[in-house]
Write a protein that binds this ligand. Structure first.
Ligand SMILES: Cc1cc2nc3c(=O)[nH]c(=O)nc-3n(C[C@H](O)[C@H](O)[C@H](O)COP(=O)(O)OP(=O)(O)OC[C@H]3O[C@@H](n4cnc5c(N)ncnc54)[C@H](O)[C@@H]3O)c2cc1C
Length: 269
């Protein structure tokens, strides 16, 4: 698997700053940018302001920061999962209709678990035969779009991806979590590492959802949390509720009519 950050939209921190600032300032975005360009706002101030904003639920400015990735030699099993993300991300994927795979043996992705189980040779043999049959099918005039029907989930594929920061955060929430499948987790970890290489200020927020810069706790089942290596350093939601019940000023209970009336109230006293 190879993952490369090909590019990102110019001045991402400044764009985030200006987008957030526009919402909270009497100044116009044109004046805000004038100040940024005149270096009247220090890099530290920009970083600090963004950090504070990222603690809130005001997420739409994050859509104004965009990354492009090249991703190679991942499995079709991964790609089925990856393309389920549908907001704030755009994919181009290598076609099995237009590309004839001409290598003698396709570079299938083999999970480690096949090695560990001692079944790697059988995996290789089966996929070797699959490669042969695929090549024979092409030779016999079967078009690639039909020859590909013998290709398995292990078949390799490539992506060119554009994704905005808001969606990248969401993808990390879900796919850096130990509940995610290993291959997509590894790919997203490499995407994060690529962003960290050039934009460490932004990368600190790219965490699994239990991370201190994200939701902060695990909302998966207690059984999954017990098995998770991150469970040693991040709490499960049940333990937070126990603490709230034990030490909070009130006990947590289901929302009743009284609470909905408070929500509906036109003016709070
Ligand atoms: C551990 C794990 C196990 C999974 N298992 C399965 C499985 O067994 N079967 C299966 O089919 N899928 C499975 N998935 C895929 C999962 O259901 C999602 O399709 C996938 O994670 C994409 O995430 P998303 O829906 O948040 O999409 P994104 O595009 O990343 O969406 C971003 C967010 O936008 C909002 N949004 C997007 N579209 C709409 C909409 N139409 N209406 C309202 N809000 C919207 C939602 O808040 C959404 O979270 C699994 C995912 C994970 C992480």
């Amino acid at each position: 698997m190879q993952v490369r950050l090909i590019d990102y939209a110019r001045a991402p921190l400044e764009k985030l700053y200006a987008a957030f600032r526009t919402c909270y300032s009497s100044e116009s975005p044109i004046d805000i940018w004038r100040n940024i360009e005149a270096q009247k706002i220090s890099h530290d101030k920009i970083r600090e302001f963004i950090g504070e904003r990222l603690k809130t639920g005001h997420a739409s400015p994050l859509e104004q920061v965009v990354f492009w990735f090249g991703i190679a030699n991942v499995s079709r099993s991964l790609s089925h999962q990856f393309v389920r993300h549908r907001i704030g991300i755009s994919f181009e994927q290598q076609s099995q209709r237009y590309v004839k795979f001409k290598q003698e043996r396709l570079a299938f992705v083999m999970p480690e678990s096949w090695h560990r189980a001692g079944l790697d040779r059988e995996f290789e043999e089966l996929l070797g035969r699959t490669s042969e049959l695929y090549a024979r099918a092409l030779k016999a005039g079967i078009p690639p779009e039909d020859a590909r029907f013998v290709l398995p989930n292990a078949a390799p594929t490539n992506f060119h991806v554009m994704v905005n920061f808001a969606e990248m955060l969401h993808i990390c929430d879900l796919r850096l979590c130990m509940r995610a499948q290993w291959e997509i987790r590894r790919m997203v970890a490499l995407m994060r590492a690529e962003i960290k290489r050039v934009l460490p200020e932004i990368a600190v927020f790219l965490q699994p959802k239990c991370g201190e810069n994200r939701m902060g706790y695990c909302d998966e089942t207690l059984e999954d949390w017990k098995k998770c290596p991150l469970g040693r350093v991040r709490p499960h939601k049940t333990s937070l509720f126990e603490l709230y019940d034990r030490y909070g000023s009130a006990k947590a209970r289901a929302l009743g009519e009284q609470e909905f009336r408070a929500v509906e109230e036109k003016e709070q006293i």
